[in-house]
Design a protein around this ligand. Structure first.
Ligand code: FAD
Ligand code: DLZ
Ligand code: SF4
Length: 514
């Protein structure tokens, strides 16, 4: 073949950043490649909506690049010459076009980063890696920030981000006199309060769905391929962002922790897929929210905006920094030595516990649950029950539309399962029915009694909560944030403690039928 291209540029499924400097002008010597490959479809059991969303968004991205005058080869899962891995497909193209240079953008996932680093080290042609131009921070910025400091407190990183990017600041002071308005952000949905319905698109992902089915890719969850509602291109991502700013931002903070059987996203933005694929940048999201607030200050209180901004410039960037600082060790951490198997009903939602039934059910239906459902329902239960973090990670990495390891594992193994021994959270996030009832209507129609601990129909969370702290006393009792928990436990009459542990033991031995 006559040489047409000198450079091959690989784009991954989560690198759909149209604003990247690569695309400022087209270069006839550059061939871009995107590919649907078994190494990506098979590393976990993806939710079918997640797999379809990635494929469809990738295809849309490729056709936009084509329209803008770039040459791109899009390799589909069932293409006969698809070798089913990034290196093998790149090799084929390099040979076919006698390419002399290979370029790629920094992968966000350790696994893929290693594959591509190894690939480049063996290549006979030159290679170069570029930044994705997506995040506020570089990969090692967090590590540099915490060098010489004790611990990795998110709040101090967040304040630094606020100052550095001059967000919600009045000079060097936080706007409104406080960095954090979390105490205003814990309301339950009042009876008869109906949030705006989630904005749903009407996309058709039948071709992507059929390719996945034909290839027998193992997936989970439900889908309606002809009415697919996640945003699949930049225009839809912006539409979702504008909808959020107009209808959800005004109450985002207030109901950030609220859960309800009839509402699957409450006032949450559902922008994580659009951001994690890089169709939208975090700066675009933050700027739109700030502008909306500036133009509507009489309708949008500062706590609503601050709560939202913190998730993006705080938690999201922080998790990425921790990921690159602590991988690959992070992947095998199991501080509490949890070894139980994940109950089978995590894959079906078939449990009598109403909070778990709803949170898992909506995850299977929509590939989505909001933060508090992930942390305080499914995560909390897995932690209290002592489930092996490998199994917990496998579930979280597959089931959510936004699940990419850099942000999944830090949240799951770190924040939710305390398997990192406290790098991310200063104490385990645990709660009993008391907390769940405070934030939701789940307990109202549950077969279990949220008010008791030791009866045959007592809420399992209530005994498992104490059992967890008792079981891990040696590792946790010196944590000053848990001193109250241990004081209360020790004050309980011995007979009651025994009954609680007995009930917990029953729950642990009968996890599958709870
Ligand atoms: P909103 O509530 O509207 O928040 C806005 C944005 O802030 C999100 O889109 C997200 O980009 C960011 N954000 C919020 N919380 C976090 C957080 N803790 N860490 C990082 N970014 C955050 N998020 C993922 O993107 N992918 C995951 O795989 C993932 N797994 C999680 C697993 C567990 C156990 C927990 C507790 C949380 C996980 N999160 C994950 C974080 C968070 O739950 C989701 O980002 C959020 O629910 C996405 O919905 P949303 O876009 O409506 O978020
Ligand atoms: C999630 C996903 C799936 C299901 N399939 C692909 C794929 O076939 N090709 C691809 O480039 N990306 C896919 N992705 C997203 C990847 O998991 C993500 O792009 C990589 O892990 C890099 O972080
Ligand atoms: Fe969940 Fe317990 Fe409430 Fe039932 S009573 S919904 S199991 S917290």
């Amino acid at each position: 073949m006559k040489q047409k291209y000198n450079t091959l540029r690989l784009l991954l499924g989560d690198q759909l950043n149209l604003q990247h400097s690569w695309f400022r002008k087209s270069d006839p010597g550059v061939l871009y490649v995107m590919m649907e490959v078994a190494t990506e479809t098979d590393y976990v059991w993806h939710h079918i909506q997640k797999a379809c969303a990635f494929f469809a968004a990738m295809e849309n991205f490729a056709s936009t690049l084509q329209d803008e005058g770039h040459d791109i080869r899009y390799i589909k899962l069932d293409d006969p010459d698809n070798e089913q891995s990034f290196p093998d497909n790149c090799n084929t193209l390099i040979q076919k076009y006698s390419i002399t240079r290979f370029e790629y953008q920094l992968p966000d996932e350790y696994r893929v980063d290693e594959v591509l680093k190894t690939y480049c080290s063996k290549l006979k042609i030159s290679s170069q890696v570029y930044d994705t131009e997506h995040f506020y921070t570089t990969r090692d910025e967090l590590a540099n920030f915490f060098t010489g400091k004790k611990g990795f407190l998110m709040e101090s990183f967040y304040r630094e981000m606020r100052k550095k990017h001059q967000l919600l600041m009045a000079g060097d002071q936080p706007l409104g006199g406080k960095w954090n308005f979390d105490e205003d952000n814990r309301s339950k949905l009042p009876k008869n309060h109906q949030p705006y319905p989630p904005l749903l698109f009407d996309n058709n992902v039948t071709p992507q769905y059929e390719r996945l089915i034909a290839a027998k890719v193992r997936t989970i969850g439900e889908i309606q391929p002809t009415h697919f509602y996640w945003p699949l291109n930049r225009a839809q991502a912006f539409e979702l962002l504008n909808y959020f700013c107009k209808y959800c931002l005004p109450l985002f903070g207030t109901f950030q922790d609220a859960m309800h059987t009839q509402e699957w996203s409450v006032y949450h933005s559902r922008l994580s897929f659009a951001m994690n694929t890089k169709m939208l940048s975090p700066k675009e999201v933050v700027d739109a929210a700030v502008l909306t607030w500036q133009q509507n200050q009489k309708d949008i209180a500062l706590n609503q905006l601050e709560g939202f901004i913190r998730q993006i410039i705080g938690w999201r960037e922080y998790m990425r920094g921790i990921y690159w600082l602590k991988m690959p060790e992070f992947e095998s951490m199991n501080y509490l030595d949890h070894q139980r198997k994940l109950p089978g009903w995590y894959w079906t939602g078939k449990t009598k516990m109403n909070c778990l039934k709803h949170s898992i059910g909506q995850s299977l239906n929509h590939a989505y649950a909001h933060h508090i459902q992930r942390l305080m329902i499914t995560g909390n239960f897995a932690l209290l029950a002592g489930i092996n973090p490998d199994e917990v990670d496998f579930w979280y990495l597959g089931i959510y539309i936004d699940a990419i390891q850099w942000v999944e594992i830090t949240n799951t193994r770190g924040m939710s399962q305390f398997a990192d021994g406290g790098i991310i959270g200063s104490k385990p996030y645990t709660g009993s029915a008391n907390y769940i009832h405070k934030q939701s209507n789940y307990c109202e129609k549950c077969v279990y009694n949220r008010n008791t601990k030791t009866e045959a129909d007592s809420c399992p969370f209530n005994s498992l909560y104490w059992d967890f702290h008792d079981r891990h006393r040696e590792k946790l009792q010196h944590n000053h944030r848990l001193s109250m928990v241990y004081r209360l436990w020790d004050k309980m009459p011995a007979t009651e403690r025994e009954a609680v542990l007995l009930r917990a033991n029953f729950c642990l031995e009968n996890l599958e039928t709870l």
